[in-house]
Design a protein around this ligand. Sequence first.
Ligand code: SF4
Length: 321
Amino acid sequence: MATLLQPSPHSKLIDEILALKEKRNAVILAHNYQIPEIQDIADFVGDSLGLSRQAAKTSAETIVFCGVHFMAETASIVCPDKKVLIPDPEAGCSLADTINAEQLREWKHKYPDAIVVSYVNTTAEVKAESDYCCTSTNAVNVVNSIPKDKEILFLPDIFLGAYVQSKTKRKMHLWPGECHVHAKLDPQTVLGLIDKYPDAEFLIHPECGCVTNCMYLVEEGKIPQKGTYILSTEGMVRHAKQSPANEFVVATETGILHRLKKENPQKNFIPASENAVCQYMKMITVEKLHRSLTDLVYEVKVPKEIADRARVPIERMLAIS
Ligand code: SF4
């Protein structure tokens, strides 16, 4: 007997959000790690870079960014003439918090001739002190584009930095930062799952710093290369659709499973760790999104002087993607 779908307890709020969105001429962007209801309401769901690109090309006056703060900042930097809102300004990022602009200035002072490469998971102030931004996808290409005789300061994710060092065969100074979510994806858990699901493909997400640990293990040969794919979330969704495999171990924040299952209902997705949950991403709720559109809060505006400087490394990152 078919199961009757229960109406969402938020049906009324969701209807109001959709009406408010029209009234405010707003677009709702949601990161892949948002709760399922937020993903389902959003106009676009994707990674931070993809969402910034959506922000840059939208004709909407207002952008509601359902993600963490540095992502909304990046959207604000990329499109300074739009109103960028985040439903909860406390939605931060433990990785971005591992370094501030003052610490970076002190580090640069020790290595005055070094080039600074910052992962996109940083504050606008840190980006403003950087020469290049990068994502996990293009970090190797960004580093390879820098003349070989230049010293490099790479921040803030030590695992991504170690991976890039290994790929480029180039020694860099690494900031000792890490994300508390990907730190939970420890080698033993991952190796245990490969043994438990021998027919599954192993999908590693290279964005957001969440699986740089695993990327490093692949590089070191501790996770088998065969059947292991390092993919962006978009690549992960595409790969899952095209692959003949029916089972996938997914090493990233568990929020992506909603989208993978929704777009591939006949396939089985197993989280590498049920504990890989970013509590900051989950701070955005339907109620907060409703309030954001009702009261036009909380606006994320990067001061012009910082935004103008931060835009330079972001544009370099976009050019090398
Ligand atoms: S998962 Fe980690 S890197 Fe991504 S937003 Fe959360 S704390 Fe930051």
